[in-house]
Each structure stands twice: as C-alpha cells, then as structure tokens.
Ligand binder design. Structure first.
Ligand code: 0X9
Ligand code: ZN
Length: 303
C-alpha cells in the first residue's frame, strides 16, 4: 500500500494507521487534516460505528518530542479498540474516539535522528540569533505567556513568537474546534510522572466543576492501578506538577468548552525518565487502556 494521501515523508506510525484503517473500514475513518512545519502529514483517525452524532473522546500524543511513551501508548489504545473491537462493541456503537498519536511530528523525528531529549517543535527561529522550535504546550491561546513559560527561544519552555505560532497546534486546534460540540473528553498524553491532571495549569484556582473532573480521574486511575499496580496521582495540573500556561488542556476547557480535559503524565516516576525501556510499552498501554474504558463507559452512560 502507499502512504495515506501523501507523497511526503511517510513515517511508520502514519503508515501503520493507513493500513489499520484500510483493514477496518467499518470502524475507522482516516483523514489527513494538516501538515507540520517540515511537511509531515498529520492524521486524525476516528474510531467508532455509531455515526458522527455520538459523544466523542479526543486523544492526542507526542506534543513533546522526547516523551516517546506517549505515541507508543496512544497507538496501543488505537490497536486495542480496532483489532479487539468485538470485546468493545457496546462502546464503539455509542462513543467516537478521535486519535492524533503524534501532534509534533517534526520534533518527534528529530528526537530519533539528532537529539533524543528534544522537546519542542522544529520551526525556524522567529528572529535572527534565536533558536529553533517552541514548546507546543505553551503555545495555545489561553492565558498565553503568563506562567511557567519563557520568551527566550533557546529554552525548552519557550511559548513561541505568538499564540498558535506553531502550525501543528493550529491543526489540532482546528480539529478540536470542529469536534467541540460532540467531544466530551480531551486526553493529552505526556511523560513522565504518573499523574492524571485536570485544569487549570495557568492558575492554582480550580474550575468550578473540578469535583466532576476529579471523580472521573480517580475512577480511571483506580482501574489503571488494578492492572499492574501502577499508582497515579490525581489533581489540577498547577497543584500537582507546576503552574504553566498556554497548554492544550486549558485551551480545550477554557476556550473550546470541553468539560473533561486531562493531561496524563505516563510512566515512570523518574527511574528511566524519558528513556523508558521498550519492555514497559505494553504494560503502559494495558493499564492506560483500562483507564480509557472507564472514561468511555462514563461518556456512554452520561451523554
Ligand atoms: O509542562 C508540561 O507541558 C507538562 N509536563 S511535561 O513534563 N510532560 O512537560 C504538564 C502540562 C500540564 N498542563 C498545563 N500546564 N496546562
Ligand atoms: Zn510533556
């Protein structure tokens, strides 16, 4: 087969999604929804069979280049849902899953080819003498540049030259905007630290409905822990990790109006930090899938 809708670089994950979608046309819709700064196709895979009106869960990964367990876990979730679909028949009839496994594809590739610990995008410096790339999770237009971010392009948490200066985040923003009316949950996977966090990241104040978000997160991490005993901490991102504004989670809640928004810091707790051994990919996927099932069942029964 040829790479989906593109003669541009066709990395493994896109190739795999194209094959999966063509093997399971009853369940999968694959769309190329944009391209990265360096021209890599950005794909959205919709999984579900209840039709476009059903409530949805939007899931992305790979916003930070070096957090490799994120795309690995998101692709595991996709694979479970699609290749073991008969086990999840009821969920797939009543919930749509929208997946974008690698939303910073240039940075992700660069972390394989040049710098394993690269975090940012790979856009050219906005001004002479600057450095390449911005922190894609400081680049969203909600309290942009207020906290936990920098205007020095040479540091890892550089917020970008303007809100949504990074084209990849424009692409994700446009999909979240298009799907906002049906999307009830937004999940964005990072590493590391084993935390299931909800807004806000720009302030220590909590959203007025924080107890709803807290309850669902606790149910999810309970199911996660039951699989391999892995413990996750639950709380608002400011209170759990640090204050940082311009994140996708805050935008999804504060601007797109999606109620249940979570940033998930996957394994581990710092033993292997970003360089998690490959043997932990499947355990991470298995336990995260258990958490996703709790969330999907909640969406099914609530909406
Ligand atoms: O700093 C981040 O973007 C995330 N942590 S990481 O170590 N993966 O870089 C946490 C983001 C939490 N959400 C917000 N601050 N909005
Ligand atoms: Zn991250």
């Amino acid at each position: 087969f040829t790479c989906h809708a593109s003669s541009l670089p066709c990395p493994q994950i896109n190739r795999w999604m194209a094959q999966l979608a063509s093997d399971h046309p009853d369940l999968c819709t694959l769309e190329t929804v944009g391209k990265s700064y360096e021209g890599r196709p950005m794909n959205l895979l919709t999984v579900g069979k209840g039709g476009a009106d059903k409530p949805g869960i939007f899931i992305d990964g790979g916003i930070h280049a070096r957090e490799w367990i994120s795309p690995a876990t998101v692709t595991f979730l996709v694979n479970q849902l699609v290749t073991n679909s008969s086990a999840h028949d009821d969920l797939l009839s009543s919930v749509n899953f929208y997946f974008m496994p690698v939303i910073n594809p240039d940075g992700y590739d660069y972390s394989f080819t040049d710098d394993r610990l690269w975090r940012k995008t790979r856009s050219e410096p906005a001004s002479p003498g600057g450095c390449s790339g911005a922190d894609a999770n400081r680049n969203w237009d909600f309290h942009w540049m207020e906290a936990g971010t920098s205007n020095d392009s040479c540091v890892d948490n550089y917020g970008g030259s303007a809100p949504f200066s990074e084209v990849e985040m424009q692409v994700v923003r446009d999909q979240l905007t298009r799907l906002r009316n049906t999307t009830k949950v937004y999940l964005t996977f990072h590493s590391y630290g084993q935390k299931w966090m909800y807004p806000w990241g720009y302030t220590a104040a909590l959203p007025e409905d924080w107890q709803d978000l807290d309850r669902l997160a606790r149910d999810a991490v309970g199911a996660l822990k039951a699989v391999h005993g892995t413990r996750y901490q639950v709380g608002s991102s400011t209170r759990t990790i640090y204050a940082a504004s311009g994140g996708s989670d805050d935008w999804a809640k504060g601007v797109a109006g999606i109620k249940y928004c979570y940033t998930v810091e996957l394994r581990d707790l710092g033993t292997h930090y970003f360089t998690l051994p490959p043997s932990l990919i499947i355990p991470s996927g298995q336990e995260t899938f258990a958490a996703l099932k709790v969330i999907a069942n909640f969406v099914k029964k609530t909406y």
